[in-house]
Design a protein around this ligand. Structure first.
Ligand code: GLU
Length: 477
């Protein structure tokens, strides 16, 4: 049977890093087996699903290169791939279960359910449906429904025994049936719940492996029960450990950015983020850390997914992103910066600056701060930046005047400027750094910059001299 896998995100809120993480493992498994990777949109929560969130899922998966073979926006043979467009499919399946005695109508009112819940809480029991309608005669329920009582359909879950199943990552998993609720399958508005729609669609779409986040493992007994009562072959279960905050809790936006849009907006490279996510759940032979999805495909297998809860370590991601930035050619990095919108208007200037900051960029958004003084002449000279333990402001100003004179003529190459400034420092009997620092602050307004004379070479003589003059004025010259 060909491998068919899917992700099934709900379009509620920002596209989540966890979605990309699970997508990567699904996609890699499909690729490795010559199978298909599907995107299905699970939008049966009508109050929370929205089109913008769905659009962002498409867009961010595309940005990451996590393309899918079938999905709402690319089509495919078993569509539609959006559950809201499949709502006609689910009720007949639920009714089939009612006929088989595997599910039942329930007409309990919200008030009754609330009273049951309160009584269970008071008795220190975990709240669950008490099975009231399970044992009512069908004729009685029918009478109520015909009289206009709102109804739902619930799954008839066994009240004793255990559900055992094999999970690729966790081995044998056991749940006691009495811990599992009689899950609602069809809601009072006629729409399916996640559980019914998910199982029906996985079956109709020919899904062979359910590779999803660990948080769904407690739903799996309900799904297994559904496969069983429908008489369908269940898929292979593979629950991937959740990404975690540093304190080991499930990744949450209070403690870690979780939106893929945020990572894109910060200027993380998509290939770096994908590589980082791969490392969260998978180790390459020999501990290789930098690898492409194609390289991963050659080594990956779902039974090699690490079972430990991986900590989403931003420092590691920053390191990884830096590695990927360093690997780009000047031209490629300039293009990325331009596409990102960071680069400024002059492409030739951008290409001259890139080599100066190539080693310093952590993310593309660092560019603006690192290079702004190339793009504006509005340089603020804060006298505090010139402060020196060794020289008075007047002495600093005199040094700047001498540097200006040394730079006013002669070759405008970084090597020639470097030599002239060093000679000047010798002649003035100051350390090179004590001369370079005020010149740096004068021409950039900063105490930390890319290499000084290379920076000056790109800035040009006129701008540098004018800035040195302005600096001396700021120092009260
Ligand atoms: N709709 C679920 C989600 O939002 C799908 C879980 C599953 O993959 O079964 O993640």
């Amino acid at each position: 049977m060909p491998v068919r896998v899917r992700i099934a995100p709900s379009p509620t809120g920002d596209p989540h890093v966890g979605t990309a993480y699970v997508a990567l493992f699904n996609r890699t498994w499909a690729r490795r087996n010559g199978g298909q990777f599907l995107l299905r949109i699970e939008d049966t929560d009508r109050a929370r699903s929205n089109a913008e969130s769905e659009r962002q899922i498409f867009e961010s998966l595309k940005w990451l290169g996590l393309t899918y073979d079938e999905g709402p926006d690319v089509g495919g043979p078993v569509g539609p791939y959006r559950q809201s467009e499949r709502v006609d499919i689910y009720p007949k399946h639920a009714k089939e279960l009612v006929e088989k005695g595997a599910a039942y109508y329930c007409t309990c009112t919200a008030e009754r359910l609330e009273a049951v819940r309160k009584a269970q809480m008071a008795a220190k029991l975990s709240p669950r449906y008490d099975g009231h309608c399970r044992n009512l005669p069908t004729s009685e329920l029918k009478k109520q429904i015909d009289a206009g009582a709102p109804w739902v359909i619930r799954l008839n879950v066994p009240s004793e025994g255990e559900c055992r199943f094999k999970d690729v990552v966790r081995g044998e998993v056991v749940f006691a049936w009495d811990q599992i609720d009689d899950q609602i399958l069809i809601k009072s508005d006629g729409w399916p719940t996640y559980h019914l729609a998910n199982v029906v669609d996985d079956h109709l779409m020919g899904i062979t492996h359910v590779i999803r986040a660990e948080e769904w493992i407690s739903s799996t007994p309900k799904h297994i029960k559904l496969y069983e009562v429908f008489g369908w072959e269940p898929p292979t279960w593979c629950h991937v450990p959740l990404l975690r905050n540093k304190d080991k809790t499930k990744i949450s936006k209070r403690k870690n950015p979780t939106s893929l849009i945020w990572y894109r907006d910060q200027g993380y490279l998509p290939e770096a983020l994908v590589n980082f996510l791969a490392l969260m759940g998978f180790s390459m032979p020999g501990g290789v850390e930098i690898f492409t999805p194609a390289e991963m495909e050659k080594e990956f297998s779902i039974d090699k997914i690490n079972a430990g809860g991986p900590v989403f370590d931003m420092q590691k991601l920053d390191w990884m992103n830096g590695q990927y930035i360093r690997k780009l050619s000047v031209e490629d990095l300039a293009k990325r910066l331009e596409a990102y919108g960071a680069a400024g208007k002059d492409p030739a200037l951008v290409r001259r600056i890139v080599p100066l900051v190539h080693d310093r960029l952590r993310v593309l958004s660092d560019w603006n701060d690192l290079t702004s003084f190339f793009f504006t002449d509005d340089i603020r000279h804060d006298p505090a930046n010139f402060a020196s333990k060794k020289q008075t402001p007047a002495e600093v100003s005199a040094l700047l005047a001498a540097a200006r004179e040394a730079l006013a003529s002669g070759d405008w190459t970084h090597a020639a400027m470097e030599a002239r400034l060093r000679d000047l420092a010798n002649a003035k009997n100051v350390k090179a750094g004590d001369l370079f620092m005020p010149v740096r602050v004068a021409v950039t307004g900063r105490t930390a910059t890319p290499p000084l004379t290379e920076t000056m070479e790109v800035l040009g003589r006129d701008r540098c001299l004018a800035r040195m003059d302005a600096a001396r004025k700021a120092l009260g010259a």
